[in-house]
Design a protein around this ligand. Sequence first.
Ligand code: HEC
Ligand code: HEC
Length: 508
Amino acid sequence: MRATVFGGVCICVAAAIAAACSGNDGAQGPPGPAGEAGATGATGATGPAGEAGPQGPQGTPGIGFDGGDAKGSTAGNPLCVGLSDHACIGLSAAQGNGVNLKLTGLSLPQLEQIGEGAYIVSTQAICTDCHSPAPDPQHYLAGGLSIPIPVGPGVTWTIVSRNLTPDPATGMKDTLDQFINAERNGTDTLNSNEELIFHPWQNHRWMSTSDLTAIYQFLKVIPAINNPYPQDSKSGAPPGVTFPGVYNEGAVTRPLPPEVDMFDASVPDPGFILRGTAIDPLGVTPPTDPALAAQFGRGSYIVNAVVGCSACHSSPDRSPMPPYSVSTSTFLSGGTVIAAGVYAPQVRVVRVTTANLIGAQHGFFNEPGMSFATFLTTITEGIHADEMNEAGVAPPLAFPMPWQEFRNMGLDDLEALYTYLSTLAHSPQATTVNDVVQQPAARYCTSSSDCFPGESCNSGDSGTATNECYGGPCSTDADCGTCQTCSAGSCALPDPSTSVCLQHALQF
Ligand code: HEC
Ligand code: HEC
């Protein structure tokens, strides 16, 4: 089994913790009060939620790893003098999370590079979701999350996320070259020399050398945390895949833009727009308008190299064997079912299906009346801005969609994401496989008062309790919670012995 098949699971584990600590419950209400770590909670205070409609219940106490409003804290931040907007957001996000960076004595170009790395780590690449074992500064990128990976009948590997801090004993020991090689080739050089199993190198390998360097330099100035973690338990993994030097994992093979010229001088590619254009797996023709074409390239870079939206939003994401080509026929049409397991009470979700983003008919970016404003509200407020639930409000975006991180991206990057994804959705290559209206999350409950009027809660101690709301009115399955079925006009619970949806759910 390929790691990326499980790509969402680890994210789920940590995002569950993060979400629970950043007021996920109270998506309509103000972020929770400062977490125990004192200073850290402060960033949560200016969250954008609550403007639309009546105020909901207050969230659980926030620490703000993901819930912080980095942009709110950039105005007048003395750290930002002379820096780009992205670097400013990155440094402010770290600062707001209570992560004290070692910045004294650094030059402006060094600060700019570290800020750019901080921006990628804090707003796009969700490194903390897998590498921070708890959402507080004392555990920032300190590793140690164990991820069970079923690889065959009765065989489960355990992969442990690494300590990325500069702690000499337990932290990251890679040189810059080793780090870049690990990201590009997926080979765990300092350990088994086998492939990195869970770490998203298949996406990161397409990042520019300068962005990878920026991430590395950022990791050198975060606080050192002594956190020994157990070895992976696995055997017989293949080595990684040698970096091909051209983009060859999608529909068409394309050269990557050169990073240096024949004299070894660097060739600029601002925003890595050319690189992003080269790594669009579907080979879609960019818009003719130059400004939109630039957004298309930047958006593709973020989606395909930095974040890896497809690890969650494609089912399947890649072929299961090397070289792990992108499954272009299912690209970003959603359909991955994730069960929240023990995290359900915290995230108030029992099961969720990832959203169909670019499906030719039912993709989010093909919805009638879709606009940048709707996308922006969706990401920045963490709500389904295009819908209304039985209570007359836009439902919260369910776990584990990492909107608490994405909301801090610069407006330019959010625009780039919109342009790229809507161009794909309107292209002849837009996905037709999995192009369905997807089921909303199955909501968690302990009693029917947690559900909408007319619904029941499958609670109790009968061993069959799943603690999900059901029984609401429906005309098709798409009106019911993930894996439920519409039967005689009302939503019925899935049958554990026959439900294919339940059997396919990523469990943890
Ligand atoms: C989906 C979860 C996940 C995300 C997201 C993630 N990692 Fe990892 N990473 C892991 C796991 C698990 C390992 C352990 C090795 C493996 O995967 O086999 C790892 C290993 C590593 C290694 C060890 C390789 C080496 O050369 O020493 C580094 C460095 C690393 N990650 C850095 C990062 C950085 C930086 C980010 C964000 C830009 C990131 N990771 C994002 C899960 C993740
Ligand atoms: C860790 C898994 C994960 C990652 C990574 C992820 N998403 Fe999501 N996303 C989800 C899930 C699950 C949902 C469904 C939430 C729900 O139903 O409430 C979702 C929902 C969405 C929606 C809302 C769609 C709607 O119908 O309202 C948008 C838009 C979206 N994601 C865009 C993105 C983009 C763009 C990226 C990459 C930059 C991304 N997601 C990365 C899991 C993920």
